[in-house]
Design a protein around this ligand. Structure first.
Ligand SMILES: Cc1cc2nc3c(=O)[nH]c(=O)nc-3n(C[C@H](O)[C@H](O)[C@H](O)COP(=O)(O)O)c2cc1C
Length: 224
């Protein structure tokens, strides 16, 4: 790994500025940079260290364009639904959501120009899924995939690349499978459009404070 090609930012700075960047420039991402992003993904933990994920770096223009058509159709459906849910919501929330939807519309309209889309795939047959018998939706399998995705996002942050974790293409998995020749039983977990930011790129994020997210010893207690 070539350590000298970029200025490494602090880990905490990277995490607290890793916001969704949906407006990307079409300029290509150098292969060495992409290699480092994927190497960061490869460092993620997985159940039993099996690494039941793979990433397809989609750069061929026709493939990205087709992914863009599929994505835009799903995005339109999602954003209409999302706006409808905001009827009567406080003005500040409406304004914030509208900003997010504007950026989302930009991504949908320009998806075809994205220099690289990382499509993360997983193999459910070789994953440790310890909650599979529970009578609720199973999530543990995802823990052998999404840490790798997050590592890739953090590496993009370090490289000055904009990116956003997207999952809307999972709604049209059969089409994506055929397009990218993904064999059964591999399936899709996320698509991450990557490119240099058009505007400021990463920056401040808005999240609930720890006091609202963490407890002390028992559920519902105040974390101190
Ligand atoms: C599981 C998951 C799925 C997501 N899917 C999409 C998506 O399909 N399209 C999109 O534009 N953003 C998607 N996002 C990005 C979120 O909308 C974003 O992280 C969230 O709104 C917080 O935005 P911020 O990081 O800019 O503060 C997804 C994020 C997660 C974690």
């Amino acid at each position: 790994m070539n350590e000298t090609r970029y200025n490494e930012i602090g880990l905490y700075t990277a995490m607290r500025t890793l916001r969704a960047v949906r407006r990307l420039r079409p300029d290509p991402v150098p292969a060495t940079v992409l290699q480092r992003v994927l190497e960061a993904a490869s460092w993620a933990p997985t159940g039993g260290n099996v690494q039941p994920w793979r990433a397809i770096a989609v750069r061929e223009r026709a493939l990205v364009a087709r992914l863009g058509e599929l994505y835009a159709a799903r995005w339109r459906a999602y954003s209409v639904q999302h706006m409808a849910q905001l009827e009567g919501a406080p003005e500040a929330l409406r304004a914030k959501t509208e900003r997010m939807l504007d950026a989302g519309n930009y991504l949908a309209d320009h998806f075809a120009d994205t220099p690289v889309v990382l499509v993360f795939c997983f193999n459910p047959k070789i994953m440790a899924i310890t909650d599979i018998e529970q009578k609720r939706v199973s999530v543990v399998g995802g823990a052998s995939i999404y840490p790798a995705v997050e590592n890739a996002l953090l590496a993009c942050r370090a490289e000055g690349l904009g990116c956003v974790l997207t999952t809307l293409l999972c709604e049209v998995e059969p089409e994506v499978r055929e397009l990218l020749a993904i064999p059964e039983p591999w399936a899709t977990a996320a698509a991450v459009p990557i490119g240099y930011p058009l505007r400021r790129g990463h920056g401040p994020i808005s999240r609930r404070p720890v006091a609202k997210l963490a407890f002390n010893d028992r559920w519902g207690t105040e974390f101190a």
